[in-house]
Structures are given as structure tokens and as C-alpha cells.
Design a protein around this ligand. Sequence first.
Ligand SMILES: Cc1cc2nc3c(=O)[nH]c(=O)nc-3n(C[C@H](O)[C@H](O)[C@H](O)COP(=O)(O)O)c2cc1C
Length: 382
Amino acid sequence: MSISKIRMTTQSMSRRGFIRKSVTVGGITLCAAALGAGCSVPRWRHAVRDIRRPPVISNEKRQLFTELVRMGTLASNSHNAQAWTFAIDEEGISIFPDFSRSLPVVDPTYHHLFVSLGCAAENIVQAAPSLGFQPIVNVSDSSGTKHIRIALQKNKATHENMALTIPKRSCSRSTYDGNSVGRLALARLAGAADDDVNIDLLFHPKELTAVSELVIAANTCQVNNAAYREELKSWIRFNKRQAYYTRDGIFAAASGSPTAPPWIARLVFDRAYTAKNENEKLRAQMASTPCVGVFTVKGNTWKDWINVGRVCQRLSLYATAMNIAHAHVNQPIEVSSVRRRLASLLGRSGSYPDLVMRIGYGPSMPRSLRRPVHDVLQSPVT
Ligand SMILES: Cc1cc2nc3c(=O)[nH]c(=O)nc-3n(C[C@H](O)[C@H](O)[C@H](O)COP(=O)(O)O)c2cc1C
């Protein structure tokens, strides 16, 4: 997902102590500072601080619901496309798909889109008790639109700290340190599963190697597909300025790639985003990962996908609370022939693997931003 084979070199320059970064790709050397890559940094930093902000407690129900929507937007979601809108009324919050932000190449069936909606719902469910509400979730298309309804009943506020964990969670696509995850922590993570969604936590070297091979096989198919590359490129935010103004997409630095002005970075991407480079990076990431979680369900409907999203988000919050890093590697889900091979590897041929996640210990990465709540809130019906 990121641009490999780009070498960042830092050189000390002149008496003014000027630090200049250069990027060398296939013989092209680019000077990031000279190209103005550092623009908008304070505003970007401010936006990052803003998404890390814990929920604000107030006496106003609407303000509390708005904070819960903000917690929803912080959820994991495919390509950070944020393909959702939210509606608030007196009794609760509804979450709707925003198909204008779908990903036709990587997600033609809207699988990832509905998983992402499930992730957002779970954040709201986890945050609600500490803001004084008991959530009741219902998934339906009764009004002709597929949506998630979260009824929120007033309750005594609890002291659970999940609401504080939500703003801290983010994917860490770094290489991990290889340290294994202890049995107790694994048991806690496994506790995120429910009656419908199974989690296989794989940690035997043979299983990890087998999954890694499937990730590489699927990644090779994807990276060699021009439409896939173009779609991905359109969702990468190549520097802080672009990330700040769009507040969506995958921030290049979140995948460990150097930042540069978009017009330059797109040229670099075209040269450097190759199956060979990406597989090399993925192999190192997988080899450093002590545990892989695979989420599986029996059904393959949009309601199943929402359930998977809820369980996956819950697991990633449990992991964050224990300082355990996580990152998606869903290539095997996105290529249908490889998805079938993954199901049979797990001994679950009658079921559908829906998500694959690396779990381990590693540094956190720069954050991908989110659009502000007013951009994703439907205006109230008057
Ligand atoms: C359904 C789904 C599929 C995803 N697939 C991938 C993936 O294959 N590779 C990856 O690096 N991240 C993947 N992600 C993670 C998102 O890119 C990430 O959540 C998003 O960029 C926002 O970043 P954050 O979670 O760090 O806030 C996926 C997330 C979801 C919900």
C-alpha cells in the first residue's frame, strides 16, 4: 500500500543548520523541502490533535450524540474513504452508507463499505455507556435504505475507559518487533468474537507462513492490476497539506512512505509501486508479526459484513488498550480465489473469511485524518 524503495536521506546543510530531505527513486532525486512539502504542517498537527481529543461531556443530549458521531468517525474504514453519513434524532443515531465514496475496484460488492459502517457503529456502542447512554443496535433496510440504527437510552454514566481508547486507536503498518503476544492478551482479544463472528488467532510459524504466502499471492494480483493501482493512488494523501485539506484517504506517512507534493509523489508512485517492491515490504512486515487474526462468518450478506466490522473494531480497541499494535492485510479477502484458499487453510470451507489483521508490537505511525462531524452529519429533518 505504500511506496517502497524510496530512500530518505537527511543531510546537514550550511551554517544555518538547514535540514533538507531528498528522495531518490529510480534515479530521480527530489528535494522535498525545496518543493514545499512542509506547508500546512501546523494545521495538520492541529487536526491530528483534534482527532485524538477524548469525548467532551456535556448536559446537552444533542452535543453528546454529536460527540458519539465523532467517535464513530474515528473507526477503521477501508482506504479511509469514510463512506458514511450519520443522522441524529431525539432517540439515537443512524449510520448510512455513502456510495459516492465507495471503492469500485477493490470493493465492487460493498463488502468493505459495510464492514466500515460496522466499525463506526461499534465505536459508538463502546463510547455510549461512559457518556450516559445504553445503546441498542438494529440493522435494517426497512425504510428502503440499508442502515444501522443505534437507539440510545439515558442511563447512569459508567467509568469504562473505552471512550478514551477510541481516539488513541489507529492502524500501525510498521514492521513489528517480533515479540509474541502473551496468552492472557490473546484470550482478551479472542473475547471480542461473538456468536456470529469467529476470530482465528494464528501464531504457529507454519500458519503464519501460509497466511503470508496468501497475502503475497493476492497482493501480486492487485498491484499488477492498473485499475487497482489508479484507485489506490487516488486515495493516498501524499503530504500533510493534501491530508489536511481532504481530511480523508490514507496519509502516505501512515504507511511509512516519505511525503512530497502530490504531483511529484504520483510520478514516484507510478515508478515505485511494483509487485516486487510491495511484496518485499509485506514479507518483512509479515515476518515480524507474531499473530494474525482472521475474522470469519457463515453468511455473506451486508448484515454479516456489519457484524464483522463491529467485532474487528472491538478487537482493535482491546488491542489498543493493551498497547498492542494492529494493521489490516486484507489482500487475501479482496481476491476471491485467494479468499477460498484462506477459508480452506483455516478449515472453514463453508464460511467466509472477511478480514485479516496483523497483531503485535511496533511503533505507532502518523495518523490518517477524518472529516469534521458537520461534513458527515445529515441535516436534521425540519
Ligand atoms: C474493511 C477494511 C479493509 C481494510 N483493508 C486494509 C488493507 O488491506 N490494508 C491496510 O493497510 N489497511 C486496511 N484497512 C485499514 C484502513 O486503511 C484504515 O483504517 C484507514 O486508513 C484509517 O486509518 P486508521 O485506522 O489508522 O485511523 C482496512 C480497513 C477496513 C475497515
